[in-house]
Design a protein around this ligand. Structure first.
Ligand code: ADP
Ligand code: MG
Length: 348
């Protein structure tokens, strides 16, 4: 498995469609890194530039120690799994999986052995003789994964591989992909617009917005410490509450929100307007000092309660596991800021 490096890479389609704008990025060998972002933010273009299916307009791309910026796709030792599976419909499963091996100089016996091993890896032993049309969507996508795996590429690329599968199967196949990636120590670059999928499978997530990187981090880091309101909102759910930074001392800021003051990490921000990002599951009601609020809405949703709290600061959406002693509409409460884990982000 090899690393992938983007060094100030830009891709412009035609005259002025900037699909990827000055992106620099290092993907470590053996890691699964996800490109996550809304439709049109440049994920597929980034992936296709790694594959050599698109050429960078500016900048350099390295795979391992090799500068591949101008290399054609066939010389890059990379394989790609597409959303559409892209299987050959008239070929059997085994022929599909063997297809790429034919050009790799293996003997007939070796090719057969490798293809069968590939099918085994994705849990499709015994399916070699079938046609793609005789398989379910999930099985077809596993064939596509096997076909990419048997080439033992330095880097394996996935472009929204689960989009055509139903929700239950999506979870299953994503776990399978992650397991194979970890067992074989593969470098995988995985594209999705689904934040939950990204959180579940990734070593690292690259959040993209408007052709550029918004933030890079491990799933937990992005969730706990989003860099801005876009990331806070895109990864998990977040309440964004306006606040005022009244003073900054070292790494700490003193803020004012809803008539109370609170100290928390400044994260490089200066005095002035800022936003607090609060996760619904972390919001805590307190007996002591906190934001004064009223319970505006209460919804019982199976294993948890959902609340809307309202106060001078605006509205907060909160969830709680405590279904036995729920709050009631109209209750006057206080929200403990320290206990609720707010994070400062720039005012967007
Ligand atoms: P994503 O995969 O995140 O949805 P893409 O990389 O497909 O985003 O597209 C990024 C931007 O580049 C979009 O504005 C899209 O319309 C544009 N784009 C993608 N492919 C082409 C192309 N072949 N020619 C012109 N514009 C393109
Ligand atoms: Mg795409």
């Amino acid at each position: 498995a090899a690393s992938v490096v983007f060094d100030h890479v830009t891709k412009v389609y035609g005259k002025d469609v900037v699909a990827v704008n000055d992106v620099s990025l290092t993907i470590a060998p053996g890691k699964l890194v996800t490109l996550l972002g809304p439709s049109g933010c440049g994920k597929t273009t980034t992936l296709r530039m790694i594959a050599g299916l698109e050429m960078a307009t500016k900048g350099r791309i390295l795979i391992g120690d090799k500068d591949v910026t101008t290399l054609p796709a066939t010389d890059r030792d990379v394989s790609m799994v597409f959303q559409s599976y892209a299987l050959f419909p008239h070929m059997t499963v085994l022929e599909n999986v063997s297809y790429g091996l034919k050009f790799s100089g293996f003997s007939k016996a070796e090719t057969l052995e490798r293809a069968n091993a590939g099918l085994s890896l994705v849990g499709l032993d015994g399916y070699g003789g079938r046609l793609p049309s005789e398989l379910s969507g999930g099985q077809q996508q596993r064939v596509a994964v096997a076909r990419a795996l048997v080439l033992e590429p330095q880097v394996l690329l996935f472009d929204e591989p689960l989009s055509n599968l139903d929700a239950k199967l999506r979870r299953h196949v994503r776990e399978e992909i992650r397991e194979i990636q970890q067992n074989l120590g593969l470098t995988v670059v995985y594209v999705t617009h689904d934040q939950e999928e990204a959180l579940a499978v990734s070593d690292e997530i690259v959040v993209m917005k408007n052709a550029a990187i918004a933030q890079i981090g491990r799933p937990r880091e992005l969730y706990d410490a989003p860099a801005d309101t876009f990331v806070a909102d895109f990864i998990g759910e977040a309440n964004l509450v306006e606040c005022q930074i009244v003073a900054v001392e070292g790494d700490m800021a003193e803020i004012e929100v809803g008539g109370i003051r609170h100290r928390l990490p400044s994260r490089g921000l200066r005095p002035g307007k800022a936003m607090l990002a609060l996760r619904p599951s972390r919001i805590r009601v307190t007996e002591d000092e906190g934001l004064a609020a009223a319970v505006e809405k209460v919804t019982y949703v199976g294993p948890r309660m959902e609340y809307t709290f309202a106060g001078d600061f605006g509205q907060l959406f909160a969830v709680s596991d405590d279904v036995d002693a729920p709050l009631k509409v109209g209750d006057a409460i206080r929200i403990g800021l320290a206990a609720s884990g707010p994070v400062l982000v720039p005012d967007a």
